[in-house]
Ligand binder design. Structure first.
Ligand code: SAM
Length: 223
C-alpha cells in the first residue's frame, strides 16, 4: 500500500529513507509540541470518547491524546506499516494503550458513526484536491452526528516572510498539493464535504511557515 502512487499516498518526508529522521526534524523546526498541544486542548476529550488520529505517522499526537484523555478510546490510522511500527514502539515506551490500523484515509475500515472526534496533523497538505475531498467525506462518514473534526496543518501565511519560509516545505513535499495550503483552501473543502461550523481557530507561527488549526462539525444531533 505504501507504494501506491498517483497522489493517493506520500511518505511523511517525501522519501521512505527520511522517515527515521521525521521526529527530530518536526520537533525542532515546526514547534510541534505547541501546535499539537493546542490541537488536543481544542478537541476537549471526555471519558468514553472514541477518537481517531488520522494519518498518525510516528504516533506523537496519538500518545498525547491518550495522556490527556486517559478515559478515551484512541485509534491511530496510517497508510504506512513502516511508520506504524515506529508509532507502536513509541506507544510501548509511553506505556499507554491505543489501537493502530493500517489503511488509507479515503477508504477506512470503520463502520459509519464510529468516532466522536477525528484529529489530524500535518497530513492534508500531502493530498491532491480529489483526495482531500474524498478523505473529508470519509471522515464525515465515520464521525457520529455532531462529532467533531480537528485539524492542524500548514495554512495561509500572515505575511511575505512566512510565505517565503514555507518554500522549504514545498521543495520537500512538492508544490502541487501544498499550493492549496497557502491559499487557505482547506476550510472550503471541509464545507464542500458536508461539514458545518467550519472555523480557523488559531495559528502557530514556525520557522517553516504558519500552522493553522481548524475545527468543523458533522451536521446532526449527538445521540
Ligand atoms: C507528515 S506525516 C504526519 C504524521 C503525523 N500526523 C504528525 O503530525 O507527525 C504524514 C503521514 O500521512 C501518511 N499518509 C500519507 N497519505 C496517506 C493516506 N492517503 N492515507 C493514510 N495515511 C497517509 C504518511 O504515511 C505519514 O505518516
Amino acid at each position: 500500500m505504501e507504494q501506491e502512487r498517483g497522489g493517493h499516498y506520500s511518505y511523511a518526508l517525501r522519501y521512505a529513507w527520511l522517515t527515521s529522521v521525521y521526529d527530530p526534524v518536526v520537533r525542532w523546526t515546526c514547534r510541534e509540541t505547541k501546535f499539537k498541544s493546542d490541537l488536543v486542548r481544542q478537541a476537549r476529550l471526555a471519558p468514553g470518547d472514541r477518537v481517531l488520529d488520522l494519518a498518525c505517522g510516528t504516533g506523537t499526537l496519538t500518545v498525547m491524546l491518550k495522556k490527556v484523555g486517559p478515559g478515551a478510546d484512541i485509534t491511530g490510522l496510517d497508510g504506512s506499516e513502516g511508520i506504524l511500527d515506529i508509532a507502536r514502539r513509541k506507544v510501548a515506551e509511553a506505556g499507554v494503550d491505543v489501537t493502530f490500523t493500517h489503511a488509507l484515509s479515503y477508504d477506512m475500515p470503520f463502520e459509519d458513526s464510529t468516532f466522536d472526534r477525528v484529529l489530524s496533523s500535518f497530513f492534508f497538505h500531502h493530498l491532491d484536491t480529489i483526495d482531500k475531498i474524498r478523505t473529508l467525506e470519509e471522515v464525515r462518514r465515520v464521525l457520529v452526528p455532531g462529532g467533531e473534526l480537528h485539524i492542524a496543518d500548514w495554512g495561509r501565511p500572515p505575511n511575505f516572510l512566512f510565505r517565503l519560509a514555507f518554500g522549504v516545505v514545498q521543495l520537500l513535499d512538492g508544490f502541487r498539493t501544498t499550493r492549496e495550503s497557502v491559499a487557505g483552501l482547506l476550510p472550503d473543502y471541509m464545507g464542500d464535504a458536508g461539514f458545518e461550523l467550519v472555523l480557523e481557530t488559531g495559528r502557530v507561527l514556525t520557522p517553516l511557515g504558519s500552522v493553522s488549526l481548524y475545527s468543523a462539525v458533522k451536521p446532526g444531533m449527538a445521540a
